[in-house]
Design a binder for this molecule. Sequence first.
Ligand SMILES: Cc1ncc(C[n+]2csc(CCOP(=O)(O)OP(=O)(O)O)c2C)c(N)n1
Length: 207
Amino acid sequence: IVGAGIPAATGMALSMQILGTGNVAMCVFGDGAAQTGICHEAMNMAGLWKLPVVFVLEHNQFGLTVPSEVQSPVEDLSIRAAGYAMPAEIVDGNDAVAVYRAVSAMVERARRGEGPGMVECKTYRIEGFSTSDMGGYQKSEDIAAWKARDPLLVSRKALLGDVGEAKLAGIEAAAKAEVDEAFAAALSDPMPEFFVDEACNPYSEAH
Ligand SMILES: Cc1ncc(C[n+]2csc(CCOP(=O)(O)OP(=O)(O)O)c2C)c(N)n1
């Protein structure tokens, strides 16, 4: 259900506030989810009651197949946070460190009891939405430009100076070997047996 995590996180934040746990709830959602009614009801409540929740908006410029300019009259969706008395920060969503810093700052202020916050991560969906939507509606020059700024490439470049090429190549090789090993193990494992509990099957002939 698109946008369902937004009220769920807000409800969890209300529980955390009432119980005084000192925890902070967080939800990550898309630009399509940001257009739902429940998003705005939840954010209004979070702002009104100063709930400890951080809203992380992954603005990848498409809601399923729909480009953001035909979903919303504003480009920077986080300007709406002002309407709920929340601070918001826009960051480069392909820069892991920028995302970490902005989200951490919002988490810390929420933990201090200063209420909710929003981080809008600007990014781009270079592929389709799922196996039922293989893409094809993005411009190839946009895909190429964003692929060149893949978060892994951006992080690698940022680490290169301090960590060095040899160590980075070693980390990459170890990660690839781990994935290859897991892949091979999954392929060689027997297929799981499906257990169907007839008592819980509404279509069972047994009823
Ligand atoms: C309540 C609800 N309305 C409509 C849909 C159909 N739907 C599936 S994905 C989607 C768009 C989601 O957009 P976004 O939140 O930007 O996610 P992204 O496309 O970036 O994965 C919609 C409308 C749904 N799953 N749930």
